[in-house]
Design a protein. Sequence first.
Length: 62
Amino acid sequence: MWVKFMDVPDGYAAEMWRELFNQEALAVRIVPPVEVGAMKDAREIWVPDGKTHVAREVLNKI
């Protein structure tokens, strides 16, 4: 099961977060807007339910 972890302002920021979380061995799903959008549209970042504590630790490192 996946849970919403954070909102990001655009697709470029979402890709940056994906790379950071992947370097810490954390799987990430980026959910685009419902309508077909451009990279400038806001995105949601989802992480596995049991790994939210890992995502928070990554944010604390920054």
